[in-house]
Write a protein that binds this ligand. Structure first.
Ligand SMILES: Nc1ncnc2c1ncn2[C@@H]1O[C@H](COP(=O)(O)OP(=O)(O)OP(=O)(O)O)[C@@H](O)[C@H]1O
Ligand SMILES: [Mg+2]
Length: 271
């Protein structure tokens, strides 16, 4: 029997969007009944066109947003019943753009150590663990005193990874973790994520536009279209013989890994 770390049960998320002055609000159904299980030690890849609801789902899995309906369970316990601190101790995010997720006014060691400081851990131990984490993420400790603006994009993403892992979460939710980086740096960061998974026994949810990345790293893949799950199977099986017409189309299309731009518009009639 596999050990399920995270489960989502029939998650829905509606947004009520203003259609302009004097106009009636429009309902956007960003996530429409998604269920999933993430086994401990696995990597669930989530793929789908821009706007299909991946980031909305990611925020809900992180407990950063509440679903309109449905429930997320971490080790069988509802996420909604946990304190922010407890949730953060188990589940951490890594987002696309380290420019936006790192405080520009704080030094690297302060940024990485923040989760421990919030948890009330002694300064001496924080220092030691920050240095240990910097080593694990390939950051020279001489960078401890610099600001994010003095670092390269790859180094900044390493800082974001170090901060995410310092409190030793079991689950890391990565939303386009390398899309904002130069192509030459992307592989380094992906390799680092792989190494850290082995070393620390982590479980990942990995959202990526880059199907090659997902094929390489994910143990199972979930394909989303317009807020729904189209197909969810072990990686090798899905890539070898996609079952749904939508997945086949996605695999056949040329995908732009351009940050924030999403995929080219693809028209598709459900099969
Ligand atoms: N806060 C919000 N308010 C209103 N609509 C939203 C909000 N967040 C997301 N949406 C809408 O929900 C849908 C799903 O968006 P989401 O960001 O989850 O897609 P995505 O799959 O992550 O796309 P991308 O690949 O471009 O990152 C889109 O139609 C988006 O416009
Ligand atoms: Mg997104």
């Amino acid at each position: 029997m596999s050990d399920i770390l995270l489960s989502a049960r029939d998650i829905r998320r509606d947004f009520s969007v203003s259609a302009g002055f004097g106009k009636r609000k429009r309902l956007v159904q960003a996530v429409r009944g998604v269920s999933l299980d993430v086994p401990r030690g696995g990597v669930l890849g989530i793929v789908g066109e821009s706007g299909c609801g991946k980031s909305t789902l990611a925020k809900i899995l992180l407990g950063l947003d509440d679903p309109t309906a449905g429930e997320v369970l971490f080790q069988g316990q509802p996420l909604s019943g946990m304190s922010r601190m407890t949730r953060a101790a188990h589940i951490q995010p890594i987002f696309q753009d380290p420019y936006l997720s790192l405080n520009p006014r704080k030094r690297v060691e302060t940024i990485i150590g923040l989760p421990l400081r919030v948890a009330g851990i002694a300064e001496r131990e924080i220092r030691q663990r920050v240095h240990e984490m910097m080593e694990m993420t390939g950051l020279p400790t001489r960078l401890a005193g610099v600001f994010p603006s003095q670092m390269s994009g790859g180094q900044r993403q390493r800082v974001a990874i170090a901060r995410a892992l310092i409190s030793r979460p079991e689950l890391v939710i990565c939303d386009e973790p390398t899309s904002a980086l130069d192509v030459s740096i992307q592989a380094q960061i992906l390799n680092l994520l792989q190494e850290l998974r082995q070393e620390l026994g982590l479980t990942y949810v990995l959202i990526s536009h880059n199907l090659a990345v997902v094929e390489h790293i994910a143990t199972e893949v979930m394909v989303m279209n317009r807020g729904e799950v189209v197909e969810h199977r072990p990686t090798a099986a899905l890539f070898a013989a996609p079952e749904s017409a939508y997945t086949r189309m996605l695999l056949a299309s040329v995908l732009t890994p351009e940050p924030g731009k999403g995929l080219p518009e693809i028209s598709y009639d459900a099969a």
